[in-house]
Design a protein around this ligand. Structure first.
Ligand SMILES: [Zn+2]
Length: 256
């Protein structure tokens, strides 16, 4: 009897070699849940999968139920995103998003809007070569929000008072309690002093559209400190050490 089949649309988050010529693809499906499947023979140059199941590509897949993992029977490419693989900076900028998605999403646990956000963010990265890391940062912050880990920047997490980040040098923030804390409330929280301009940029990125984000010019040092903040936030709230952000600090972002 033939195995049951299913058609899904998905983004390739990761490829892992299996045996001589197979690949396990880790996918984010349209409903925002994680899926893994085996693409048999995908590493053979003659395979029809070779160009359709690359990292960062979006495809419609026909899956057949396998014993442990589903098997990819057919793949139709929707978005190749080949620029994101061929360009070092773009590839480095796209990696944190797929790393976060591959480690923070789960099978059979849909997260609405995550897939559309990821696909649109990668498309923006491929089209806008000006400030790729700004797009990455916005995509990471929005992904965290959709996953339920949205930081609060512009108001105190305890009393709700508005904070004027634009006119101050530093701002107290509690990683554990979820965001900025006003001076009256700081005694009740374990806080860290962070650059207020950086937090303001994070707030702006979180609430701007990707088209708006593409027009922003964030100073390199502020961008680097924002990546340090997001990295710490992901580590503390999700327990994920982001290798791709460590890579950015070693190769692209200024260290201090
Ligand atoms: Zn307060």
């Amino acid at each position: 009897m033939a195995s049951p089949t299913e058609t899904i649309t998905a983004l390739v988050l990761r490829r892992t070699k299996l045996g001589e010529s197979d690949v396990i693809v880790t996918l984010l499906t349209k409903d925002g849940s994680l899926r893994k499947a085996v693409a048999k023979g995908a590493r053979k140059p003659t395979s029809s999968f070779a160009s359709r199941l690359e990292l960062f590509s979006v495809a419609t897949l026909l899956l057949a139920q396998g014993r442990s993992l589903d098997i990819v029977k057919e793949a139709r490419l929707i978005e190749g995103n080949s620029d994101l693989r061929s360009d070092f900076i773009l590839s480095s900028a796209a990696s944190p998003l797929v790393e976060l998605l591959s480690k923070a999403t789960f099978e059979d646990q849909p997260t609405p809007r995550l897939f559309d956000l990821a696909v649109r963010s990668l498309k923006s990265l491929g089209e806008t070569h000006e400030n790729p890391l700004t797009i990455t940062l916005a995509a990471l912050l929005k992904t965290l929000a959709f996953l339920g880990f949205r930081p609060t920047f512009q108001e105190c997490i305890e009393c709700g008072s508005a904070l004027d980040l634009a006119h101050q040098g530093v701002q107290s923030l509690s990683y554990f309690d979820g965001g900025s804390v006003c001076s009256q409330c700081t005694p009740h929280h374990e806080t860290t002093l962070l650059d207020a301009q950086m937090l303001l940029w994070c707030h702006v990125l979180l609430y701007s559209t990707l088209d708006e984000v593409c027009t922003f010019q964030i100073p390199d040092q502020t961008l680097a400190s924002a990546f340090r903040f997001v990295n710490e936030w992901i580590n503390l709230h999700l327990g994920i050490r982001m290798r791709s952000i460590t890579f950015l600090f070693k190769n692209i972002l200024p260290m201090s």
